[in-house]
Write a protein of this length. Structure first.
Length: 137
C-alpha cells in the first residue's frame, strides 16, 4: 500500500478541517472510469480507459449520489492520511447502499475528485468495509 493511500488515523484531520474539505471539494466523473456518460456530461468516445477500474460496471452512479458519497466519506473521516496542511486528503472512500466500495482520488486541481469501484481483491477493501460499518453507526 502506497504511503499516500494509507487510511486516515483518527485525529489526523480535525472535524472542522473535514467539514471545510467537504464544502470546498466536489466529485467530478472521469471518462477513464466510466463506460456510460450518465449525467456527468462526459464524451463517451474517450471512455473508458481499458486499464482503469470502472465505477459504473455494476450500476450507474448519478453525479448527485457520487457527491453525496464523497461528502459522507468526509463526515466519517474515511479519507487518506494527511499529506500537508494545505491540501485535502488525496483519497476518500465510501460504500453505497448496495455495499459496493468506492475510492475517490483528488485531481490535480486540488478541488475535484474522480472515483472508481474497488474490487474485493484490493488490499484495502476488507478494512474499509469494517471501518465504514464501525464509523457509520
Amino acid at each position: 500500500m502506497s504511503v499516500n493511500r494509507r487510511p486516515l488515523k483518527v485525529g489526523s484531520f480535525s472535524k472542522e478541517e473535514l467539514r471545510t474539505f467537504s464544502r470546498e471539494t466536489s466529485y467530478e466523473g472521469s471518462a477513464h472510469h466510466k463506460s456510460k456518460a450518465s449525467d456527468y456530461g462526459l464524451t463517451p468516445a474517450i471512455s473508458p480507459r481499458p486499464t482503469k477500474s470502472l465505477c459504473d460496471d455494476v450500476r450507474i452512479i448519478p453525479a448527485e449520489e457520487a457527491n453525496r458519497l464523497l461528502k459522507r466519506a468526509f463526515e466519517l473521516g474515511m479519507v487518506s492520511d494527511r499529506r500537508d496542511d494545505a491540501h485535502p486528503p488525496k483519497y476518500a472512500w465510501a460504500i453505497d447502499e448496495e455495499g459496493e466500495v468506492y475510492e475517490a482520488k483528488l485531481g490535480n486541481d486540488g478541488l475535484r475528485y474522480h472515483g472508481y469501484r474497488l474490487s474485493k481483491d484490493d488490499g484495502l477493501h476488507k478494512w474499509l468495509v469494517k471501518e465504514w460499518r464501525k464509523r457509520n453507526q
